[in-house]
Ligand binder design. Sequence first.
Ligand code: BES
Ligand code: MN
Ligand code: ZN
Length: 504
Amino acid sequence: MKVQLKFESPAKFTTAMLAVFSADSSASKEKNAPAKPILLTRDAVFAKADKPALESGEFNAGRCETLLLHGTPELQAKRLLIVGLGKAAKVTVDDVRRGAGAAVRFAKPRGIRELAILLPEHDGLDLAAAVQAAVEGAFVGDYDPDTYRSDRKDRSIEQLTILAPQGADKSAVEKAFREGVVLGESQNFTRELVNEPGNRLTPTILGQRAAAMCKEQGLACEVYSTDKLHELKMGAFWSVAKGSDEPPALVVMRYEPETAPKDGPVLALVGKGITFDTGGISLKPSDNMEKMKYDMAGAAAMLGAMRAIAQLKPNVRVMGILCSAENMPSGKAYKPGDVAFAMSGKTIEIINTDAEGRLVLADGLHYAKQLGATHLIDAATLTGACVVALGMLNAGLFSNDEETGERFRHAAQRAGEKFWRLPLDDEYRDMIVSDIGDIKNTGGRWGGAITAAMFLKEFAGDTPWVHLDIAGVAWMEENKPWIARGPSGIAVRSVVEWVRSYAG
Ligand code: BES
Ligand code: MN
Ligand code: ZN
């Protein structure tokens, strides 16, 4: 999808379809009151074009509701699409993001390959924030996961134009537009990786894709495998990796701006990259096992975030660490009852080989600290228990440090992604104490997302750390008007926003 920003009259702009946002201006308190849709533009040309349609009662301007008009002689555009954003008093930039996605997803299956979106003008809505959200939403909407379908019909939009009001602050809008492109493209980059099946994305291939991205974006990157795991004594990571014929990949990426203060923070982004999770010897049931190709969504999110960071160039040092392996049962696989020796020196009793994510991350987090990280953040499709707790709407957010956790929560709010904080009281640690070694890799039936996080906390130690359990939200089961079902690309935007909050 090619994108451009224009400060031009929407009436004179020639395109296959012009999308304009609308909101319901009726007072929200009246019950069953008829909707009063208004267009969110100050351009007088629309008053005539849309009047009969808006007054017809057919369209209520509900969130992502659409109405298509043909034959509007006042406009150069072939078609006019009106996209609802809900109640006028409640419209947010998140609604704009989704509305833009809905416009794109309206166009795609209808063979409309060219689209212009007019930015909404609305009291309380910051225009720069709205342009960024609109571009992000358009990219998110443009993505479809049917990569390997021979008769792929839902082809991408070829040209998207964002039309900004002529009186707008040009430089602020242009900057926000460029940032929206970077974030939207990076989120889709992540989704493409998550969508790949296990046979097309092994740890080795994930390493190659990371190296290629880093080369393109000018990031330093090293990709290691088995020998390095042994050299670093990453016994937890290796326990998981050794059951597969596919060698593991340990990826270390570095973004080091020269201007960053020498004693400033060093942020480490650590991702779980299990390219397929069978459960190992504690084999998963076959129902839905195919979905476990997305068990590398945490690594893919960190990769997407590093891509965006390389382009946005915040003045702070960042490293990305991906811990990638395939969790397989075999004659070489680790077994329940085994004791693994983590890089940190801690011993881990293996109770269940399906609790493999925390093992690869244990060594990844410790290594990040050894490489000089002052702040840690990890993303992982870590537990089914997190999905039970929060459903498929919110991802789990944990932290060992109040300020750092809240900083992430606010960053996620700004980025328009939902994370919900869960507790990490010291008392939960009792649940992962082992008889034979230091800790065990499962904490029993209750509070599974928390005990998994407690396990990781052992390896974060005193370093401020954020843990994101994205198991429930990294893969969407249902199509939505603004996003296709499949990989969501969750965490990319929030992690980048969190990183930028540290820029000096
Ligand atoms: N990758 C899974 C978690 C998962 C579940 C991701 C559902 C996405 C959707 C993880 O490796 C796992 O298997 N966790 C176990 C842990 C248990 C054995 C303590 C789980 O959640 O059942
Ligand atoms: Mn597992
Ligand atoms: Zn897993």
